[in-house]
Structures are given as structure tokens and as C-alpha cells.
Design a protein around this ligand. Structure first.
Ligand SMILES: [Zn+2]
Length: 115
């Protein structure tokens, strides 16, 4: 059997008592943004709004936002600035992303666990 693939933690954290990792919180935020776009009637592809593919923005847990990322066989999609994993999201810049990330951090109860 193949090695299990690393999947987003969305389902695993639903109702879980364990602390939410910041990356998982980031994924949840992205999914909420995608759901909101779908609810507004935006055209979707693979669960994400078409607009996101037309103006690519990749986000990491260190607050970096970039139109590019490093594709790594070992670690998946990585931030060019810091090497952390990235996920694709809505077309917003680092300035707009900063308060969102702060809010996500306040939702994660990790203590000394973050890098
Ligand atoms: Zn980064």
C-alpha cells in the first residue's frame, strides 16, 4: 500500500478537543472563504472560486502572501520566503492578511508549539 497522503486537517479538527494547529486554522479560514464565495454564486472549480485561479495568492502561517511558491516533493507547496507550507486563497495582500492571521492565532491554543 502507498504511504498515506498528508491531507488538510479540516475534518480531523471538527469538534476535536485537541488544540487547533495554526495551519489547520488557516485551512479552515480558506474553506470558509471558498464557501462564502460559492454562496455568493461565484463560479467554482475544484471547490475554489475561479477568481482565485486567475489571480493566484498563496498564504503561509508566517503571514507571507505570494503569487508564487516552491513545489517540493518532500514538503509539498512551500513559502518562498520562509519554507512553511502554503495554501491558495483569496486575492488579498499581506496587509489585509495580517489581522486575519492574528485572529487565527488567537483561535489556536497551542503553547510553545508553533515554529
Ligand atoms: Zn512564509
Amino acid at each position: 500500500m502507498a504511504e498515506p497522503v498528508e491531507i488538510p486537517l479540516v475534518e480531523r479538527v471538527e469538534g476535536a478537543s485537541e488544540p487547533l494547529s495554526l495551519f489547520a486554522a488557516l485551512v479552515l479560514w480558506r474553506e470558509a472563504e471558498a464557501s462564502a464565495a460559492a454562496a455568493r454564486g461565484e463560479e467554482m472549480f475544484m471547490g475554489k472560486p475561479d477568481a482565485w485561479y486567475e489571480d493566484l495568492h498563496w498564504f503561509c502561517t508566517n503571514g507571507h502572501v505570494s503569487g508564487r511558491f516552491l513545489k517540493s516533493e518532500k514538503r509539498g507547496d512551500c513559502c518562498l520566503a520562509c519554507g512553511e507550507r502554503v495554501i491558495m486563497g483569496p486575492a488579498i495582500g499581506e496587509r489585509e492578511f495580517a489581522p486575519i492571521l492574528s485572529a487565527l492565532k488567537s483561535r489556536t491554543l497551542t503553547q510553545g508549539e508553533e515554529k
